[in-house]
Write a protein that binds this ligand. Structure first.
Ligand SMILES: Cc1cc2nc3c(=O)[nH]c(=O)nc-3n(C[C@H](O)[C@H](O)[C@H](O)COP(=O)(O)O)c2cc1C
Length: 177
């Protein structure tokens, strides 16, 4: 297996939890993107980047992938969101985060997180408040889909879908490198 480093960007903690489980499984380090040193990146042969999903976009990935220490290294991405991760959703995440050139070189894995309104940053709380209003309006009209119902309920009590088994496909891929 290549010398591996897991780098993550997490707002409310789910992506960090997934990153730490991956690092435990692979026996490597996990570092927050804001703290990772150029030396740590330069020393790795395989860098796994995990970011939380904001409107299908993997947070921090666009900037991270430009870091010069990554030149010539094998990369993989995992994205952590609240959605179920249907094949259609995962296809959308690939489309939103990988260029055509990257699609054959950089695998993308969806590893579900959860939703914790109380732990969001102030700005994200404001954004999600607008979403809550939209969901409540749909509920009033009787047009709220099942995933919307679950999200609305999660504003009151957080949901956590993280599970060790969900990180195993990425870990199997990493071990085979
Ligand atoms: C503003 C905002 C936008 C979001 N957009 C998505 C999304 O497009 N798809 C998704 O699956 N989850 C979305 N989520 C849910 C988060 O990705 C989810 O809560 C994730 O587990 C957060 O990870 P973190 O705890 O590492 O920050 C969104 C959350 C916020 C606050």
């Amino acid at each position: 297996m290549k010398k591996t480093l897991v780098v993550y960007y997490s707002d409310s903690g789910y992506t960090r939890k997934n990153a730490e489980m991956i690092a435990e499984e692979l026996g490597c380090e996990a570092a927050a993107v804001e703290a990772v040193t150029p030396q740590a990146l330069a020393a790795a042969d395989l860098v796994i980047y995990g970011g939380w999903l904001f409107a299908s976009t993997c947070q921090g990935w666009k900037k991270f992938q430009r870091r010069p220490e990554l030149t010539g290294k094998q990369l993989a991405v995992f994205v952590t969101g609240a959605s179920e991760g249907t094949p259609e959703q995962v296809e959308q995440f690939v489309k939103a985060n990988l260029t055509d050139g990257q699609k054959s070189r950089v695998p993308l894995f969806y590893i579900r997180g959860g939703f914790n309104y109380q732990k969001l940053s102030f700005v994200n709380k404001m954004l999600m408040l607008a979403m809550k209003k939209r969901l409540q309006n749909l509920a009033k009209k009787g047009e709220l889909p099942e995933d919307g119902r679950l999200l609305l309920a999660a504003y009151a009590s957080p949901v956590d879908f993280t599970a060790r088994e969900n990180v195993l496909p990425l870990c199997a891929w990493a071990r085979a490198q």
